[in-house]
Design a protein around this ligand. Structure first.
Ligand SMILES: [Zn+2]
Ligand SMILES: [Zn+2]
Length: 327
């Protein structure tokens, strides 16, 4: 899964919503299914691969940031390892034409069964920050205000009114999950989903927190401190685990911070070194001179001698005198 433009495979914009991506996937999966007239197995698989990434918030964020996804990062999402070829063979052996909604089946497998064993995870957030050259060299602490779903400050995420007890959820008997079996043409798919009453926590507040209405999370502005390490480069990404959006009864997503370093007219980076070009006159190299420079740790000064384009008659004479003296 590398260097493929999943957005163009699904024919959607980079800013497409989750719903738009899903819709595009459904339409294309119908169109290119190998058992259909005009179907294309290669395209079909490609479409499935693109959707397994773009249809998943975390993988999509990784793909947007790095152009690839990382297997196993944040727990195996069901869709990633899904084998489409086996799936395809399951259809219409014998050539009978079967019509049904792929979207629903994929949706069940990817959205339901695949993720059921995992803990619910909040959305990732990505932001951009701009640093001066100096900040990128020495590191800096940046404070940013983020509007996001965060843990309720009043009940600290419990959802219970402060000072009141919680009781076991009756819907799931405290398990936080409810089991479900669905019949599909491939057989029965058993899936487990989160209890919608207690948000997967297994208990509910006797009295709900009035601030978050019992959810334990709420949308609010949060100030975050981002510690930018020294020596960071333009375009690098910092990942702050748990800095993303919170979710009821689950773990928060991550915050991705993309670094933009403003160009400095005096300094630039060459690998691990900082180089400063210093323009001096030819006579300075001959006669010596002192230059004041701002230093930053190890600094290489690149001397650029200003060679004159034209020499006056007397300057030429002086240069010839230098040559005669062997300089
Ligand atoms: Zn609350
Ligand atoms: Zn429950």
């Amino acid at each position: 899964m590398s260097n493929k433009d999943y957005y163009s495979i699904l024919g959607v914009d980079k800013s497409a919503s989750k719903e738009e991506i899903k819709k595009a996937f459904r339409g294309l999966a119908h169109k290119y299914h190998p058992d259909k007239k005009g179907g294309d197995e290669k395209r079909f698989k490609e479409i499935g691969e693109a959707y397994s990434v773009l249809g998943d918030d975390k993988k999509r964020a990784e793909y947007d940031a790095y152009g690839r996804t990382f297997n196993g990062a944040g727990g195996g999402q069901g869709a990633g390892g899904f084998d489409f070829s086996g799936f395809t063979q399951g259809f219409g052996g014998g050539g009978q034409h079967v019509e049904f909604d792929f979207g629903d089946i994929f949706g069940d497998i990817f959205g339901g069964g695949g993720r059921s064993a995992e803990r619910k995870r909040g959305r990732d957030i990505s932001i951009d920050i701009e640093l001066t050259f100096k900040e990128s060299v020495f590191g800096v602490e940046r404070r940013v205000l983020l509007m996001k779903t965060g843990t309720c400050e009043v009940c600290k995420g419990s959802g219970a009114k402060v000072g009141t007890d919680t009781v076991t959820c009756e819907r799931c008997n405290g398990a936080g999950k409810v089991h479900e079996t669905k019949q599909t043409m491939f057989g029965a798919f058993s899936s487990t989903r989160e209890c919608e009453v207690c948000f997967g926590k297994g208990f509910i507040p006797k009295e709900k927190c009035p601030t978050c209405k019992g959810a334990g999370v709420m949308r609010r502005e949060e100030e975050m401190t981002i510690a930018v390490p020294s020596g960071i480069n333009n375009g690098e990404m910092i990942r702050m685990t748990g800095g993303g959006e919170a979710v009821s009864g689950g773990v928060p997503g991550d915050l991705y911070v993309k670094i933009h370093v403003k160009q400095d007219h005096r300094f630039k980076k060459e690998g691990y070194d900082i180089v400063m070009p210093l323009s001096i006159k030819l006579t300075d190299t001959l006669l010596g001179s002192s230059q004041k420079i701002e230093t930053r740790g190890d600094l290489y000064v690149k001397i650029e001698i200003q060679v004159p384009n034209k020499l006056s008659r007397s300057a030429k004479k002086a240069a010839e005198m230098l040559r005669d003296e062997g300089i």
